[in-house]
Write a protein that binds this ligand. Structure first.
Ligand code: NAP
Length: 282
């Protein structure tokens, strides 16, 4: 990559930030299309977020991804929000449009694109069982409702959080049926029996986080399983799915790639080279 006087800067704000795959993914995409852009990781502590956002304007940075722990806190410093960012209440991508900062959320749409790309599945008219009501869970629930899921059942360890999320969804989406169940084996087995798509948006499955209360006999072959976790690539849930003969079961790598690809398109206006981005991450 050759940095010149004309190079446009984009990047990511987060804390910590060393683990991010985004610079690899975006810089590979810029190179592949011969675009004079450079993507840089910025370690931004929570107390410095306001100054960092002011810096986007001051330095004419073209776009910024936002990751943990700033996705919600950043909203108050922006000029405008996209419809999805407003509904999800979190921003993962900032577009600098001539000094006006617009917040987008590409996580949910990234998930929907990956579900189609990797599992050839549409959400419209489907019954979704969603495990998790944290930041990712909320984004997925809103996106599934926007896509026209017929039913969304949410299971979470802290039931109050699932209740609050479902209350919010019921106020905003009238055509989808919402309910809450506890994150316990018996209830989840019943939920799976009545679901078309099972989504894991909890942290369970990450190293040291234990196992979901799901066993092989609870799964049916036509269930579509999407595990947001991608490290390890074959997650504990995907192992069980394999043993149960589930035909479509995928990890969250595609969501990571597609949320990045959508941000790339917002910043550059160009069609993202998704295969190049995928290769860089792998
Ligand atoms: P978060 O806001 O911290 O939420 C964590 C969720 O996991 C909550 O529902 C939490 O339940 C649940 N949880 C955590 N530890 C648990 C345990 N020991 N037992 C039961 N439930 C537990 O995190 P997030 O941002 O939503 O991320 C959730 C997962 O999605 C993470 O694994 C993250 O890596 C993954 N993710 C993937 C992508 C992608 O692009 N593929 C994007 C975003 C996130 P409580 O509410 O009870 O705490």
């Amino acid at each position: 990559m050759k940095i010149t006087g004309k190079t446009k800067i984009v990047g990511i704000f987060g804390y910590p930030i060393e683990h991010t795959f985004s610079p690899l993914m975006h810089n590979a995409a810029f190179s592949a299309l011969g675009l004079d852009y450079c993507y840089i990781p910025f370690e931004v502590q929570p107390e410095d977020l306001k100054s960092a956002v002011e810096g986007i304007r001051a330095l004419n940075i073209r776009g910024i991804n936002i990751t943990v722990p700033h996705k919600e806190a950043v909203i108050k410093y922006l000029d405008e929000l996209s419809k999805e960012a407003k509904l999800i209440g979190a921003v993962n991508t900032i577009e600098n449009k001539g000094g006006k900062l617009i917040g987008h959320n590409t996580d949910g749409r990234g998930f929907i694109k990956s579900l189609w790309d990797d599992a050839k599945t549409r959400v419209k008219g489907k019954r979704v069982l969603l495990l998790g009501a944290g930041g990712a869970g909320k984004g997925i629930a809103v996106s599934c409702a926007l896509e026209g899921a017929s039913e969304i059942t949410i299971a979470n360890r802290t039931i109050k959080k699932a209740d609050e999320l479902v209350g919010y969804l019921k106020r905003n989406f009238k055509k989808t049926k919402f309910s809450v169940i506890p994150l316990d084996g018996h209830e989840i087995a019943k939920g799976i029996a009545g679901a078309d798509i099972l989504i894991n948006a909890t942290s369970i499955g990450l190293k040291g986080k234990g196992l979901l209360p799901i066993s092989q006999k609870d799964l049916h072959r036509d269930l579509v399983i999407y595990d947001l976790i991608y490290n390890p690539q074959i997650t504990p849930l995907l192992k069980i799915a394999g043993r149960a003969g589930v035909k479509k079961a995928v990890n969250g790598l595609g969501m990571l790639i597609h949320q990045g690809a959508l941000a790339f398109q917002i910043w550059t206006g160009k069609k993202p080279p998704v295969d190049v981005m995928k290769k860089a991450v792998l």
